[in-house]
Design a binder for this molecule. Structure first.
Ligand code: ATP
Length: 483
């Protein structure tokens, strides 16, 4: 098998790889590095934990060493934590170059960032929102001459999820040169391939790992069917067992909302589990601190929203627990990909309620693998059920007293103001929309009731004696429809 040197990388980079413990290139590196060195655009789709970051960092560093200037490369990524992680890889592998990097993410001091940008770093690693803010408000730096534009987790950057990057990306794409190399990477590129291909037009090279299953082989994937009301007792039971059976352990638990994340963190701490929370309602400094404490194993459990589901590389994580079944298979793929990375073993357990079974089927269909049931002694769970529910309720009350929802509302308003929207006007629009929806729903219900009655009356006329129907006068007159 070809080594890093055979891919066309210079000896100093091969030495950097050796020092970092990267002995042989992974398949995505084997495929993409030569194409990028040739000057082609690249779309790299490979499983989680397969070394996609080095697949773009190494050839960029090589090109930078041949013609060093700033700003040479711009890397966009959807989350702040991921930006820091990518910067770290650039720094370590690019040390002999004296690489200057600059991280531009939200939640950090904008003035300090502007100053750093004006010093022409070689590589800028940014989340789209904050970089677009700088482009709108400052003319002390330029990305007009960049050679490389990288979009890590490219499908997330382009999809219109709860954080929509479209407007910010427009600002950024208008500021970069047309003549550039564009590199797009993700474990789930294929879903948005058509949109992505519009960005990579320079002899694009597409690399996709050929594998029957979309998740890694070393990952043991389980589900646990639990009634909604006893979910938390199962969670506590799972963690307790894992703690009892392993000496060196780390778990990431994913939840669907910031509030659940916060409540569960408080609850697990009451049971003396060393837990840190990570979600978007936390201050950025707290987010970094939480992650650092988890990475250094001071805390063994990280309970997070999907802000941590993509890209984070924490080799010690042995288990991922999905407290809720992800609504999209692609979110599942990224979440469970936080374990079993770089050839290591790992386990993923998804808590499934009776309402989520269809979601599990969708996941299985996408990943092309059946999840197996995780065996649990129900009697043991029942023993702690009341205690867990009482503790959870206490935590909920405590959080309510701390005005968590109110803070969320304030944060939302701040965000709207930053986006140039009027929060009161938005609230009014939302309320009007809700009213119209409610009116529509009522109208639909009335129509359905009327149709049912008409059907019943036809059946009656065909044989049975007619029943008294006082409300049968309801008609389908248009006046009853929504305005
Ligand atoms: N050639 C290699 N040999 C051994 N380990 C490697 C190699 N390349 C990268 N790694 C290691 O593999 C781990 C995962 O790499 P990386 O974070 O780049 O994965 P990824 O493919 O970007 O995953 P995700 O899709 O989750 O973002 C890292 O710890 C990295 O140091």
């Amino acid at each position: 098998m070809a080594g890093f040197a055979e891919l066309g990388l210079s000896s100093w980079l091969v030495e950097q790889c050796r020092q970092m413990g990267l002995k042989q290139p992974t398949p995505v590196q084997l495929g993409c590095i030569p194409a990028i060195l040739e000057g082609r655009d690249c779309l790299g789709c490979a499983k989680t934990g397969s070394g996609k970051t080095a697949a773009f960092v190494l050839p960029i560093l090589q090109k930078l060493s041949e013609d060093p200037y700033g700003i040479f490369c711009l890397v966009l990524t959807p989350t702040r934590e991921l930006a820091y992680q990518i910067a770290e890889q650039f720094r370590v592998l690019g040390k002999p170059l004296g690489l200057k990097d600059c991280i531009i993410v939200g939640g950090m001091d904008m003035v300090a960032q502007a100053l750093e940008l004006s010093r022409k770093p070689h590589v800028v690693i940014a989340t789209p929102g904050r970089l677009a803010d700088h482009l709108r408000s400052s003319n002390t730096f330029s990305i007009k001459k960049i050679r490389f534009l990288v979009m890590d987790e490219a499908d997330r950057l382009l999809e219109q999820g709860c954080t929509d990057f479209t407007v910010d990306l427009e600002v950024i794409l208008a500021a970069v040169p047309a003549r550039r190399q564009t590199l797009l990477f993700s474990a789930t590129l294929t879903d948005t391939l058509r949109e992505l291909q519009g960005l990579a037009t320079n002899q694009p090279f597409f690399w996709e790992a050929q594998a029957p299953v979309r998740t890694v082989e070393q990952l043991d994937q389980r589900y646990l069917l639990v009634p909604e009301k006893v979910k938390d007792a199962y969670l506590v039971h799972l963690i307790q067992n894992f703690q009892d059976e392993h000496e060196d352990w780390s778990i990431i638990i994913f939840t669907n909302t910031c509030k659940t994340c916060q409540i569960l963190c408080m609850m697990l701490r009451k049971f003396n589990f060393p837990t840190m929370a990570l979600h978007s309602m936390m201050k950025q400094k707290e987010r970094f601190a939480a992650l650092a404490k988890f990475k250094s194993s001071i805390y063994r459990i990280l309970i997070a929203t999907d802000v941590a589901s993509r890209g984070l590389d924490i080799p010690t994580v042995q288990v991922v627990i999905n407290h809720n079944t992800p609504g999209l298979p692609k979110i599942y793929i990224h979440r469970v990909g936080r374990t079993a990375r770089a050839g290591r073993q790992g386990q993923a357990i998804t808590l499934v309620t009776q309402y989520d079974i269809h979601l599990v089927h969708a996941i299985e269909e996408q990943i092309k693998k059946k999840l197996e049931e995780f065996p649990v002694e129900e009697a043991q769970v029942l023993q702690i059920l009341t205690q867990v529910n009482v503790v959870r309720r206490e935590c909920e009350i405590k959080l309510e007293a701390a005005n968590f929802d109110e803070k969320k509302e304030i944060n939302k308003r701040k965000q709207m103001i930053l986006e140039g929207k009027d929060p009161d006007l938005e609230a009014k629009r939302k309320a009007e929309l809700a009213k119209i929806k409610q009116k529509n729903r009522r109208f639909k219900e009335k129509v359905e009731q009327t149709l049912q009655r008409q059907k019943a009356s036809r059946t009656d006329r065909r044989g049975r004696p007619p029943r008294a129907r006082p409300e049968a006068s309801l008609s389908l007159a248009p006046a009853q429809g929504p305005a």
